[in-house]
Design a protein. Structure first.
Length: 256
C-alpha cells in the first residue's frame, strides 16, 4: 500500500460517495486532505471524523462548488455558391464563394464559495464563439427599395467573459449581485452600408442589380471589437407558502 505521508490531496465532491471514500482512504495512508464540496455541514462531519482519527491538522474544509469545462470547437462552411436568376431582369447568377472555418479552444471555469451559511461568493471565466448563420453569409433578399446583401467573408465572433458576484440570505429571502465583463472580437453587426443608388452600386453588382431601384443596402459585417460590461442586482422574498416577490436592476454599457 502506497504511503502518502507528508503529501497533500485535494478532493472535490468530498461530502459523499467516491469523494468521501477517497478522503478517508488517503487520510488512512498518511495524506493531509483538503475537502471541497458544496455541502458544508457534511464536509465538517467528515473532517471531524478524520481529525479525531489522525490529528487536528489532518484535514481542511473548503465549502466550494467548482466546475470546469474544456471543449474544442470547430466550424466550417465549404462549397458554397450563389446560383439562380435575377427576378427583376432574368439575368443568371453563378458565383462560387470562398470557404470559411473556425477552430478554437473554449474552456470555462466557475466556482462558488460559501463564506458562511448565509453568504456565498461567485466567480466565473469563459470563452465561446458565435459562427455566422446561413442568412448572414449566403442569403440575399429585398424589401421595397432596401436590399440585404450576403457576406460570405464574415468571420466568427468570439467572446471572452468574466463574472464575479455574491449571494446573501436563505431560501426565503435572498439578495444577489453580479458584475460582468465581456470582450467580443469580430463583432457581427447588421448595418446600413449605403443610402443611394450610386453608392450602392458596388454591393449590387455581384447580383447583376446595379442601376436598379434599390437605394439602401444592408449587410451583416464584422464591425470590430466590442466591450460589454455592467452589473445586475436581484432580490427575492417568499411572502407566503405560495406567493413570492422578485425585484431586479440591470445596467449594461456596450462600446464598439
Amino acid at each position: 500500500m502506497e504511503d502518502f505521508k507528508n503529501k497533500t490531496a485535494l478532493i472535490t465532491g468530498a461530502s459523499s460517495g467516491l469523494g468521501e471514500a477517497y478522503a478517508l482512504a488517503l487520510a488512512d495512508r498518511g495524506a493531509r486532505v483538503i475537502l471541497v464540496a458544496r455541502r458544508a455541514d457534511r464536509l465538517r462531519q467528515l473532517s471531524d471524523r478524520i481529525n479525531q482519527k489522525h490529528g487536528v491538522y489532518a484535514s481542511t474544509v473548503i465549502p466550494m462548488d467548482l466546475s470546469v469545462g474544456l471543449r474544442q470547437d470547430f466550424w466550417q462552411a465549404t462549397n458554397a455558391s450563389i446560383n439562380g436568376l435575377v427576378q427583376t431582369n432574368g439575368t443568371p447568377i453563378n458565383n462560387n464563394l470562398a470557404n470559411n472555418s473556425y477552430s478554437g479552444f473554449n474552456p470555462n471555469v466557475g466556482l462558488k464559495f460559501w463564506a458562511s451559511d448565509l453568504v456565498a461568493l461567485r466567480a466565473a471565466a469563459y470563452k465561446n464563439f458565435s459562427a455566422p448563420g446561413m442568412n448572414m453569409s449566403y442569403r440575399a433578399f429585398s424589401s421595397g427599395t432596401t436590399f440585404t446583401a450576403a457576406n460570405p467573408g464574415l468571420n466568427t465572433q468570439t467572446n471572452t467573459g468574466t463574472e464575479v458576484g455574491f449571494d446573501i440570505g436563505n431560501k426565503e429571502n435572498k439578495l444577489s449581485a453580479t458584475a460582468y465583463l465581456n470582450q467580443l472580437n469580430n463583432y457581427i453587426d447588421y448595418a446600413t452600408m449605403c443610402t443611394s443608388s450610386a453608392s450602392c452600386s458596388s454591393y449590387l453588382q455581384p447580383y447583376n442589380l446595379a442601376g436598379s431601384s434599390f437605394t439602401t443596402v444592408k449587410q451583416y459585417y464584422n464591425a470590430g471589437n466590442a466591450q460589454i460590461k455592467g452589473f445586475e442586482i436581484i432580490g427575492t422574498t417568499q411572502l407566503t407558502n405560495t406567493l413570492g416577490a422578485t425585484a431586479g436592476f440591470t445596467r449594461t454599457t456596450a462600446e464598439l
